[in-house]
Design a binder for this molecule. Sequence first.
Ligand code: F3S
Length: 282
Amino acid sequence: MSRFRVVVASEAGFCWGVERALEIAREAVLTAQAPVDTLGPLIHNPGVTLELAEQGIGLSPDEAGKTAGTAIIRSHGVPREVIESLEGRGVAVIDATCSFVKSAQTKAARLREQGYQVVVLGEPDHPEVLGIRSYAGPDSMTVQGPEDLPEDLDGRRVGVVVQTTQSPARLAALTAALAPRVRELRVYNTICSATERRQEAAIAMAVEADTVLVVGGRASANTARLAELCAQVQPRTYHIESADEIDPGWLDLVEVVGVTAGASTPAVQIERVVERLRELGS
Ligand code: F3S
């Protein structure tokens, strides 16, 4: 069995916004009108969803299925029409949208009011992006990079907002491509500081490591972005949801195994991964 050292990124796991959303949900189950459900999983972590269910916090897949009691809006927000529809049907709404996401929504609305064509840099189908788009107006668009920019933007006034979990490098590439083409460009960097710090810490860790494990839900956008960034530095990067998925073959002939985790990954899951690595030879 090979012997190796484990290095955990200096910033990994739960962010401020996720901690706050969980606190709001736990408080709501004690005080709010029952039944209390989150609209979609509160965070993209199956273990946490199960734990919340045990505490009496249910899961409603969409607003149409929620007809009574209280709906908790998760940290990455929802389209404004969803809140209007719930309230219109008498459902109490507790909004746990993270303030970084709120800021992106507000800035998108401001750009729209000021007559800019709004471009959202992000994943087109991600709930956070769909929420931001509802504030950006019907003619807004989502792009994942310069390759998605349509020709008819040329000569227009364009405003950019960014999904909070995108990387600064992607934003830099987009603005560099847009600036020479448009008449006026206004860019709001709405990447959240927790995301930026995690990405920087992950890259610093990956530079040192021979194998990198990125821990977090497969549906978690920020975990996927961490895995993508680490893979650029260390191709032997593996995105896992739990310690059980570690393949001992990944650890052959390595000296340093790096570990990081997305903003929706509880500390206990990171600890289990480190513990499993210890069993396997750290
Ligand atoms: Fe908010 Fe950033 Fe976390 S947007 S939910 S603090 S990853």
